[in-house]
Ligand binder design. Structure first.
Ligand SMILES: O=C(O)[C@@H](CO)OP(=O)(O)O
Ligand SMILES: [Mg+2]
Length: 399
């Protein structure tokens, strides 16, 4: 037993320039870990609650810190995360803030790993983990809530499903991103970038499909392995009064949205579609999964918010064959691992994910490897994204 001896919380900047919570945890034998909370823009209605950074810090200092310091074993992640839940006392972490909770949970995990002299992925996953690497889904074009005057669809994701290693996959996504930059320039389209470093051009979704298809095909031919692509439609953000609102084109009813997504899956042989329907429509999700789930991943992000109860509901209804895992949506690493494991037991494929507002924290790279998640979504370029991608490259070298 090695007790936590100190926890420091502070306000730091995230990649959008907003304040977020950073935590540092020290153990009695000198173990140390630092973690920082990310923050979403297209947040799900049922996510754990993020409080303003200063308020989250004050509340966690008053309630969580005294319950952990000198009380809990730094190497017992379940006990740490259970304590966070106990002191918070709510269902959605509105007591201390999900941002304080996740920062402490991640910092403590790193302190525990340091204490044990293990890489974080192994502390989280155990001795027999570390030989399975996630395929990185790389955001290369996007709009929605992540950029003004760009595509309706929030993210077009390069998916190097045939890459022989995670390192080659990471570089393949960067090459697709670069190729799209060239294609946009050739077309004379001004190419700004969105919150996650993806190109955010003022073009329609149809044109974006064509450009991403061309770039992934060309890079795939060049590198000699399969690069598919996918989407995060973040459809809850488009859903108004029973219709999916597309700027510059006709709105779609739920039935039309299902038809549209199914057609695009087949036309472009897409590997992955996240949040194609509203976050409360488990039934429409099930209809789409029934139609195309044998040939693509239909992933629930805002639908499940990394919550095992919502995931169980989706499993019972056949809503999807994939789940997005965001530790800050649920508040602790233990909760995130529970969702991955419940998914795996039921044939649901996990993709561990960043948020649009990020920091240099690399925990999700370790979580994906430690929990053997088949996918990770953490951008393509930009420092706060490459922090995780470069960490995956380093982990691959270690094993
Ligand atoms: O919708 C998503 O999957 C995420 C990350 O790409 O965006 P946000 O963090 O804004 O919710
Ligand atoms: Mg999403």
């Amino acid at each position: 037993m090695t007790l936590i001896t100190d926890i420091t919380l502070r306000r730091i900047l995230d990649s959008r320039g907003n304040a977020t919570v950073e935590a540092e945890v020290t153990t009695e034998d000198g173990g140390f870990g630092r973690g920082a909370a990310p923050s979403g823009a297209s947040t799900g209605e049922h996510e754990a609650l993020e409080l303003p950074a200063e308020e989250a810090i004050e509340k966690a200092e008053a309630d969580a810190v005294p319950a952990l310091v000198g009380e809990v074993d730094a190497t017992d992640q379940r006990a740490i995360d259970d304590t966070l839940h106990e002191v918070d006392g709510t269902d959605d972490f509105s007591g201390i803030g999900a941002n304080s909770a996740v920062a402490i949970s991640m910092a403590a995990a790193k302190a525990g790993a340091d204490e044990l002299g293990l890489p974080l992925f192994q502390h989280l996953g155990g001795t027999f983990r570390g030989d399975q690497f996630p395929t990185p889904l790389g955001n290369v074009v996007g709009g929605g809530e992540h950029a003004e005057e760009a595509t309706n669809i929030q993210e077009f994701l390069s998916a190097p499903v045939g890459a022989p290693s995670v390192t080659e996959a990471v570089f393949a996504n960067a090459q697709v991103h670069a190729r799209i930059g060239e294609l946009l320039e050739e077309k004379g389209v001004p190419a700004n970038k969105g919150d996650e470093g993806a190109w955010a051009p003022p073009i329609g979704d149809d044109e974006a499909f064509e450009i991403v298809d061309q770039a992934t095909t060309e890079v795939s031919d060049d590198l000699g392995f399969e690069i598919s692509f996918g989407l995060d439609m973040a459809a809850a953000e488009m859903y108004e009064d029973g219709e999916y609102v597309y700027e510059g084109e006709a709105n779609r009813s739920t039935a039309e949205q299902i038809d549209y997504v199914a057609e695009m899956v087949d036309e472009y042989d897409m590997a992955y579609v996240e949040d194609p329907l509203d976050e409360n429509d488990f039934e429409a999700f099930a209809e789409l999964t029934d139609r195309v789930g044998d040939r693509t991943l239909i992933c629930g992000d805002d639908l499940y918010v990394t919550n095992v109860e919502r995931l169980q509901d989706g499993i019972d209804k056949g809503s999807s064959n994939s789940i997005l895992i965001k530790p800050n949506q649920i508040g602790t690493l233990s909760d995130a691992v529970d969702a991955i494991e419940l998914g795996a037991e039921n044939g649901i494929v996990s993709a561990v994910s960043h948020r649009s507002g990020e920091t240099e924290d690399t925990t999700i790279a370790h979580l994906a490897v430690g929990a053997a998640a088949p996918y990770i979504k953490t951008g393509t370029v930009a420092g706060e994204r490459t922090a995780k991608l470069n960490e995956l490259i380093r982990i691959e070298e270690q094993v």
